[in-house]
Design a protein around this ligand. Structure first.
Ligand code: LLP
Length: 404
């Protein structure tokens, strides 16, 4: 995204033209950026050719999953719905892993029928349930067990998953117990140890720590795993303050680990693939002034983009037309929803804005549309994919009749 003659442009398309043609709020994705992210990810770890399973929860648009699949990626899913979506998008079940702490019997049965690569189990009860279903279906089911490595990912507490107080995975003791259970089962083949310590991780050191735990545990047990699933979590820069994750270091650590263990690595990245490809364009409905600040009331709200309200997450906001006239007021960018947390950002020294101006909320490709809701019976926005100067509508705006 850049300014060309002061006009904000995504690839070769002006934000202003998008808004005029398709209306606002609207999610726009850059294909070029997506391609670059995937290629970079693949290049960063090319020395051991991991299986990269896109975390579908970060963005569930079938057209985007289809594009991602074309680069050879598989899918990480967490529900029957996501599994159906990935298969419908053409992802081979042989490249699908199924995570999640609460898979129902129906979901497990469905995954078994589809012969997906791995069901990553997260509890003792789940392993027993997979065993029971596999027996009924007379199939030997390939599973992974998710270990909770008790590692602090040094990220927001709401998106941290690898500490012992988190609900995810099993501790070391139960892990060992389950390895033995699987050894004695005719219905289960234990292929993988999986871990995922959290999301938006910018420091490689938590990964290093996590791998040390994995290393120690593999050494302790006499079991030949085929895969180690390291999950996702690679962070992106939402603000200039975010220092980038050092991929070279992460790659080095994994390579060192692989010297000791001959295994195939699986990754489950979501945000690092899709996060910075997406922009939410919104129009200013009103500007409401009080003594200390101006409320910039947008036509996008927390139902369209939940991250700021849910996690206090920060997303850059850019004006669609750049000017040098700075406002001396603090701007609070808010949505029309009846919640005080329906707020995107509070900014000082922003350029002067007026009603009907357009703004762009940046880096919303991950956990943007996928976390959207119909709160206040607001329609979910449309989504478009920009390929150079071409625009493809990849999801139509909802209609009221869809909801009544
Ligand atoms: N694998 C597992 C098992 C996960 O739970 C997640 C994310 C991922 C992979 C993908 O993580 P990523 O590479 O995207 O960081 N809604 C929050 C993020 C929640 C992440 C949930 N799990 C947000 O908007 O920041």
């Amino acid at each position: 995204m850049k300014y060309i003659s002061k006009k904000l442009t995504i690839d070769k398309v002006k934000v202003q033209d998008i808004a005029e043609k398709y209306g606002t709020p609207i999610y726009c994705y850059s294909f070029n950026k997506l391609k670059k992210n995937i290629k970079n990810f693949q290049k960063n770890f090319s020395s051991f050719s991991p299986l990269i399973c896109f975390a579908v929860k970060s963005n569930t648009n079938i057209n985007l999953i289809r594009e991602i699949k074309k680069f050879g990626l598989g899918a990480d899913v967490v529900s029957k719905g996501e599994l159906l979506m990935a298969i419908k998008a053409g992802v081979s079940p042989k490249k699908i892993v199924f995570s999640g702490v609460g898979k129902t019997s129906e979901e497990i049965s469905f995954a078994v029928e589809k012969k997906i690569l791995l069901i990553n189990a997260e509890s003792e009860s789940e392993v027993r349930e997979i065993d029971r279903i596999a027996k009924i279906k007379k199939r030997k089911v390939k599973i992974g067990i998710r270990l909770n490595p008790n590692t602090d990912a040094k990220t927001l507490s709401q998106i941290s998953t690898g500490k012992k107080e988190n609900k995810f995975g099993v501790n070391e003791k139960i892990f060992f117990k389950l390895v033995n259970f699987c050894k004695n089962s005719k219905n289960i083949s234990l292929k993988c140890l999986s871990v995922h310590i959290g999301s938006q991780i910018l420091d490689y050191k938590p990964y290093e720590k996590m791998l040390r735990v994995v290393d120690r545990i593999i050494d302790k047990i006499n079991h030949k795993f085929e895969f180690i699933d390291l999950g996702g979590g690679m962070g992106i820069s939402y603000t200039h303050k975010d220092k980038k994750l050092n991929y070279a270091k992460y790659n080095e650590i994994i390579k060192k680990f692989l010297k000791r263990h001959k295994l195939k690595i699986i990754f489950e990245p979501g945000r690092s693939i899709i996060g910075d490809t997406g922009t939410l364009i919104s129009k200013i409905i009103y500007i409401k002034k009080n003594e200390s600040k101006n409320f910039i009331i947008l036509d996008a709200a927390m139902n369209d983009l939940m991250r700021p309200a849910l996690y206090g997450a920060h997303h850059k906001i850019l004006p669609s037309i750049k000017s040098k006239r700075k406002s001396n007021k603090t701007y609070e960018f808010v949505g029309p929803i009846c919640e005080s947390t329906d707020k995107f950002n509070t900014l000082k020294n922003f350029q002067e804005l007026k009603e009907k101006d357009l703004i762009a909320i940046c880096d919303v490709g991950a956990y943007g549309m996928s976390l959207s809701s119909n709160y206040n019976i607001r329609l979910k926005p449309s989504e478009i994919l920009i390929k150079g100067s071409k625009i493809q509508i990849i999801r139509k705006k909802q209609k009221y009749k869809d909801l009544m």
